[in-house]
Design a protein around this ligand. Structure first.
Ligand SMILES: CC(C)(COP(=O)(O)OP(=O)(O)OC[C@H]1O[C@@H](n2cnc3c(N)ncnc32)[C@H](O)[C@@H]1OP(=O)(O)O)[C@@H](O)C(=O)NCCC(=O)NCCS
Length: 153
């Protein structure tokens, strides 16, 4: 577990710069700051972040469509990985989704992304589909995972 528990909160348009910078660190096809600034001000988009002493250290972005949340990306800055930050952030996001009445959360994940698969399946996601050779760069399948809230929680 992390020494200093990061602060978890929803992202606002003011976080767009830090979000774009972190996404560019982790993904080659990261979104531009302006795109995040625009989307973070809209009801159809939800961003959650974990903040350490030096700022944003993890984020999760999702579209909200017709009572469903579709996760776009989740990433933890490399120095913070393997310390429970991703798990805590995903739990926070799912709580926010449940509070907003989301009936389902879906995402796609690369079939060989072991850390991400461990994170999702350990948080209650189950596989509901597969898109064969979905990722052109590696030829990997995309696994479609789903999470639904427990009726009594
Ligand atoms: C996937 C990612 C967000 C996980 O975040 P994290 O903070 O390192 O994860 P946590 O420390 O909270 O661990 C979550 C689970 O993943 C497991 N895990 C973490 N790193 C792992 C690794 N390298 N290999 C296998 N399992 C791993 C942990 O054991 C834990 O499972 P457990 O609770 O059953 O023990 C992070 O590795 C990351 O940013 N990866 C690059 C971006 C990415 O691939 N995003 C997913 C796109 S779909």
């Amino acid at each position: 577990m992390v020494q200093t528990v990061p602060e978890l909160r929803l992202l606002t348009p003011e976080d767009a710069s830090a979000l774009a910078a972190l996404e560019a660190q982790v993904f080659a096809d990261g979104w531009a700051e302006e795109r995040f600034r625009d989307l973070l001000g809209q009801d159809r988009f939800l961003g959650a972040g974990a903040f350490g002493p030096s700022g944003l250290c993890a984020y999760l972005t999702a579209y909200s469509v017709a009572g469903e949340l579709e996760i776009v990306n989740v990433a933890v800055a490399p120095p913070f990985r393997g310390q429970g930050v991703g798990r805590a952030l995903l739990r926070f996001f799912l709580e926010q989704g449940r509070a907003r009445g989301a009936g389902r959360v879906v995402l796609e994940v690369r079939s060989r992304n072991a850390p991400a698969l461990a994170l999702y399946t350990g948080s209650g996601f189950v596989q509901v589909g597969v898109r064969k050779r979905y990722y052109a760069d590696s030829g990997e399948d995309a696994l479609v995972l789903e999470w639904t809230p427990c009726p009594d929680s």
